[in-house]
Design a protein around this ligand. Structure first.
Ligand SMILES: [Fe+2]
Ligand SMILES: [Fe+2]
Length: 215
């Protein structure tokens, strides 16, 4: 398949996954949360993601041959730490310990699976396209007027602006590098498992933050 058409198809799949949450946004988006204890839980979980994202991207840096992807990783790593600084700052201001958080099993497993990818197109598909693509959609939900409280929206205004652009535009990267039939087959499977794991993480975060279960 033409790689531009292929990468568009993959982005459409991610968008279709996001739409399934349109009427029932997950705790991850903060939208359904009704108390600060739950909001703090979600923010701690998402702070962990920022730092873990920086670690995962860093672990890939040396092994990526494509210079445009490599330099995109470099700036994204720095931005993830900025996001961590913003979220930990908000949590500290509220008298919370930002670092006293153990990741949910589905959450750490998802990031470990990202980290285990060895090919550039799989890495971009798993994390930049399917992972951050969903995260950006959820941030847009939480930044809608009056969707969530101001103290939650404030850090995400800056985070959203950067997340939207960093990762070096995964759709164009896939259009450029996922040209062979076998690469496209691998990307297709990668997007699929990334979304499966994302759903598990969202479900687990719902149970922990909203229902008060362990995970
Ligand atoms: Fe981030
Ligand atoms: Fe990011």
């Amino acid at each position: 398949m033409d790689s531009i058409e292929f990468s568009k198809n993959m982005a459409t799949e991610v968008a279709a996954f996001c739409v399934t949450y349109k009427d029932k946004p997950p705790a991850y988006s903060y939208v359904p949360l009704t108390n600060d204890a739950a909001r703090v839980k979600v923010m701690k979980s998402r702070l962990w993601n920022e730092v873990r994202a920086a670690e995962v991207l860093s672990s890939w840096l040396k092994g990526v041959a494509e210079l445009d992807v490599k330099s995109g990783l470099g700036s994204a790593i720095a931005e993830e730490f900025e996001h961590a600084k913003l979220l930990s700052g908000v949590l500290c201001d509220r008298g919370e310990d930002p670092w006293g958080y153990e990741p949910l099993p589905a959450q750490s497993t998802m990031f470990n699976a990202f980290e285990a990818q060895t090919g550039t197109v799989e890495r971009m598909a798993a994390f930049a396209l399917a992972g951050e693509g969903v995260a950006v959609f959820m941030m847009a939900q939480s930044l809608a007027k009056g969707a969530v409280l101001q103290w939650v929206q404030t850090p995400y205004r800056s985070i959203y602006a950067e997340e939207k652009n960093h990762g070096g535009d995964p759709e164009s990267i896939l259009a450029k590098y996922a040209t062979a039939e076998n690469a496209q087959a691998r990307v297709r499977r990668t997007v699929a498992w990334s979304l499966v794991m994302r759903k598990e993480y969202f479900d687990s975060l719902d149970r922990w933050a909203i229902e008060g279960k362990s995970w």
